[in-house]
Design a protein around this ligand. Structure first.
Ligand SMILES: *[C@@H]1O[C@H](CO)[C@@H](O)[C@H](O)[C@H]1NC(C)=O
Ligand SMILES: *[C@@H]1O[C@H](CO)[C@@H](O)[C@H](O)[C@H]1NC(C)=O
Ligand SMILES: *[C@@H]1O[C@H](CO)[C@@H](O)[C@H](O)[C@H]1NC(C)=O
Ligand SMILES: *[C@@H]1O[C@H](CO)[C@@H](O)[C@H](O)[C@H]1NC(C)=O
Ligand SMILES: *[C@@H]1O[C@H](CO)[C@@H](O)[C@H](O)[C@H]1NC(C)=O
Ligand SMILES: *[C@@H]1O[C@H](CO)[C@@H](O)[C@H](O)[C@H]1NC(C)=O
Ligand SMILES: *[C@@H]1O[C@H](CO)[C@@H](O)[C@H](O)[C@H]1NC(C)=O
Length: 500
C-alpha cells in the first residue's frame, strides 16, 4: 500500500466512526432542533409586540401617559431661607380639562412655549382659541356678551362671576388719579428711593381707615427702625372707582391734600382686585422702580412698620453677605407672608370666593395670603412681566401665587404675619402685641391703640422677639398625615379668611 492509500483508509474509518456517533446522538440533536424551531418564532413574536407597544401604546384602549412638560424655572429648590418646594405642580395636568380659565391659559402657554405645542396637536382643546382670539382682537376691553357660547352654564353663575368673565380680557384701565411725588423721579431717583413702599388696597368709602393708617403705621417719611436706623418709607392707597359720585368728589379732595391716592378707571369690586395687583406693578415700574421693598395689604390690618423694616434689612443683609452673586439677584426671589398651601377653589354657590368648575379646575399653587404680603422691588418687575403670560384670575392672592409659581419663586412663610389674627386657643401673652409683624383685622380705633402701645413698649416688652411657629401650627402639621383632616382644616382656614 502506498502511503497515500493508507491515509485514505484512515479517513474512511474515521468518517464511519463519526457517523455512527452522530447516529447515537441523533435523538438529542433532533430534540434541540425541535426546540429551536419553536422558540425562535416566539422570540420574534415577543420582540415585535414589544416594539408595537412602545410605539403605539398597549392595545385595548389603555392610554399611556402623555409626556409631562414642566417648565418651572430652575431656581433655588432647596434653601434654608425659602419655603419647601411645592410637592405637586398645579399647572400642567389640569390645563386642558374643559374649564375656561385652564383652556385660555393653555393657549397662552402654547403661544409662549413651543415645547408644549406638540401636545396641542395631540389633544386639540374643545374651544378654538383662534376664533376666541379673533373675537377678542385689540385689547379685549369691549365686554364679551357672547361668552355664553364658550361657557354653557354662564346664565346660572352668580353676578360677580358673570361680570368677571365678560371683562376678563381687559387690563388696560386708565389712571384717574396718579400721584407724581410719591417717589423721586429725578436723576437722583435711585439714591433717594424709599426702602419700603406701603401699597394699601382701599375702597373710596374707607376714609376713616385711611386716616388712621396715615397717622399710625402708614406714616410717610424717615422712619426709625427698632434698632435706631432711619429708613425712607412711602405710602399709597390703591383704588378703583365707585358708583357714588358724591364720595368720588370727596376722594379727589383727599388726594389733593395727601397725594397718596392711586385710582384707576375700573369698578372697585372683589373680583377686580387682581387688576389692582397688575396695574400697581405697572405703576411701580414707571413711578417708583427703585424702591427696595413693597408691602401690599388691606386697609383693615395693623403693621408694626419699624419691626418690619428691621426684619427686611436683616433679610437683605443675610443674603448680601453670602457668597458671590450680586445682592439684587438674591432679592429677586424674595416674597414673604402667611403662606397657604394646597388650597383649592371654593365650590359652594353662596361663597364670596365661589369659583365654578366650568371656570377653573385644579388646586391653587402656594400663595401668601392677600391680607398682607411683602416682596422685593426687583421681584415686582418680574411679576409685571410674568403677569402678561398668566390669564387674570378673580382672586388676587391666588393670582400672585400663580405668577410666583411660573417664576419658580417660592414664598417664605413667616409666623409673624397674622393674617388670620392670633390663634384662637393661644393663651394671652402680656407682650403678644410686640411679637407680630402684621395682624388682621383691626379697627381704626384699635390701630391708634396699638400704635401707642408698640411705639413705646414697656420695659418688660422691649426685648420681645418675633413670633415663631405656634402650638396650633404644630398640631396642624401633625394632622397633615391625614389628608382629609388637612383638607378640611385648610378649607376652614380659607373660610375664616374669606368671611373675615
Ligand atoms: C348666547 O346668547 C346670545 C344672546 O344673548 C344668543 O343669541 C345665543 O344663542 C346664546 N348662545 C348659547 C349657546 O346659548
Ligand atoms: C371690573 O371693572 C370693569 C370696568 O369697570 C367692569 O366692567 C367689570 O364688570 C368689573 N368686574 C367685576 C368682576 O366686577
Ligand atoms: C439670617 O441668617 C441667620 C443664620 O442663617 C438666621 O438665623 C436668621 O434667622 C436670618 N435672619 C433673617 C432675618 O432671615
Ligand atoms: C454658597 O451658598 C450656598 C447656600 O448658602 C452653599 O450651598 C454653597 O456651598 C456656597 N458656595 C460657596 C462657594 O461658598
Ligand atoms: C346656585 O345658585 C343658583 C342661582 O344663582 C341656584 O339656582 C342654584 O340652585 C344654586 N345651586 C346650589 C347647589 O346651591
Ligand atoms: C393688644 O392689642 C389689642 C388691640 O388690638 C388690645 O385690645 C390688647 O389689650 C393688647 N394686648 C395687650 C396685652 O396689651
Ligand atoms: C433687654 O436687652 C438689653 C440689651 O440686650 C438688656 O440690657 C436688658 O436687660 C433687657 N431687658 C429685659 C427686660 O430683658
Amino acid at each position: 500500500m502506498t502511503r497515500n492509500s493508507s491515509y485514505k483508509l484512515a479517513c474512511i474509518t474515521r468518517t464511519v466512526y463519526m457517523a455512527s456517533r452522530l447516529c447515537r446522538y441523533r435523538w438529542r440533536i433532533m430534540f434541540f432542533c425541535f426546540l429551536c424551531t419553536l422558540v425562535l418564532p416566539m422570540y420574534i413574536y415577543v420582540s415585535m409586540v414589544m416594539i408595537y407597544v412602545l410605539k403605539h401604546g398597549a392595545p385595548g384602549g389603555v392610554v399611556h401617559p402623555v409626556l409631562q412638560t414642566h417648565f418651572t424655572a430652575s431656581g433655588l429648590k432647596f434653601s434654608s431661607t425659602l419655603a419647601p418646594h411645592p410637592v405637586k405642580s398645579f399647572w400642567r395636568n389640569e390645563l386642558n380639562s374643559g374649564a375656561l380659565w385652564n383652556i385660555i391659559q393653555y393657549m397662552i402657554d402654547s403661544q409662549h412655549n413651543p415645547i408644549i405645542n406638540p401636545n396641542l396637536a395631540v389633544n386639540p382643546p374643545s374651544i378654538s382659541y383662534k376664533t376666541e382670539r379673533s373675537r377678542r382682537s385689540g385689547n379685549g376691553c369691549s365686554p364679551d356678551f357672547e361668552i355664553n357660547n364658550t361657557m354653557p352654564d354662564f346664565f346660572t353663575l352668580p353676578m360677580q362671576m358673570k361680570d368677571f368673565v365678560t371683562s376678563m380680557y381687559c387690563r388696560e384701565y386708565p389712571l384717574i388719579i396718579d400721584p407724581l411725588d410719591v417717589c423721586d423721579g429725578g436723576p437722583l431717583a435711585k439714591n433717594r428711593a424709599p426702602t419700603l413702599i406701603l401699597a394699601i388696597k382701599s375702597l373710596t368709602a374707607d376714609f376713616v381707615n385711611r386716616e388712621a393708617i396715615r397717622e399710625t403705621w402708614g406714616r410717610s417719611g424717615r422712619i426709625k427702625t427698632r434698632d435706631g436706623r432711619q429708613r425712607l418709607v412711602r405710602r399709597v392707597f390703591l383704588l378703583g372707582k365707585s358708583k357714588d359720585l358724591h364720595i368720588e368728589e370727596k376722594l379727589q379732595l383727599e388726594s389733593d391734600k395727601y397725594g397718596d391716592i392711586i385710582q384707576w378707571e375700573f369698578m372697585d369690586t372683589f373680583f377686580n382686585l387682581t387688576l389692582k395687583d397688575v396695574l400697581f406693578w405697572d405703576w411701580f415700574s414707571r413711578r417708583c422702580p427703585h424702591a427696595r421693598f413693597i408691602f401690599k395689604g388691606d386697609d383693615d390690618i395693623f403693621v408694626r412698620t419699624p419691626a418690619l423694616l428691621d426684619y427686611l434689612l436683616a433679610e437683605e443683609g443675610n443674603r448680601s453677605f453670602s457668597n458671590g452673586s450680586r445682592r439684587s439677584n438674591k432679592m429677586e426671589t424674595f416674597v414673604v407672608g402667611d403662606v397657604i398651601n394646597s388650597a383649592g377653589p371654593m365650590r359652594s354657590n353662596g361663597s364670596k370666593y365661589y369659583i365654578p368648575e366650568s371656570f377653573f379646575k385644579g388646586i391653587y399653587p402656594s400663595y401668601p395670603g392677600g391680607g398682607g404680603v411683602v416682596y422685593s422691588g426687583s421681584l415686582a418687575h418680574r411679576l409685571l412681566e410674568m403677569s402678561q403670560k398668566v390669564h387674570l384670575f378673580p382672586i388676587d392672592d391666588v393670582y400672585l401665587g400663580m405668577c410666583l409659581q411660573r417664576l419658580g419663586v417660592y414664598p417664605i412663610h413667616h409666623p409673624a404675619f397674622l393674617t388670620f389674627d392670633f390663634p384662637k386657643d393661644e393663651p394671652k401673652e402680656p407682650c403678644a402685641n410686640h411679637t407680630f409683624l402684621l395682624v388682621h383685622k383691626r379697627s381704626p380705633a384699635e390701630m391708634f391703640q396699638l400704635w401707642t402701645e408698640t411705639s413705646n413698649p414697656s420695659s418688660e416688652c422691649r426685648n420681645a422677639t418675633l413670633r415663631v411657629e405656634t402650638r396650633v401650627e404644630f398640631s396642624r402639621q401633625k394632622s397633615v398625615q391625614n389628608k382629609n383632616t388637612k383638607q378640611s382644616l385648610l378649607q376652614n382656614l380659607i373660610n375664616k379668611n374669606y368671611d373675615a
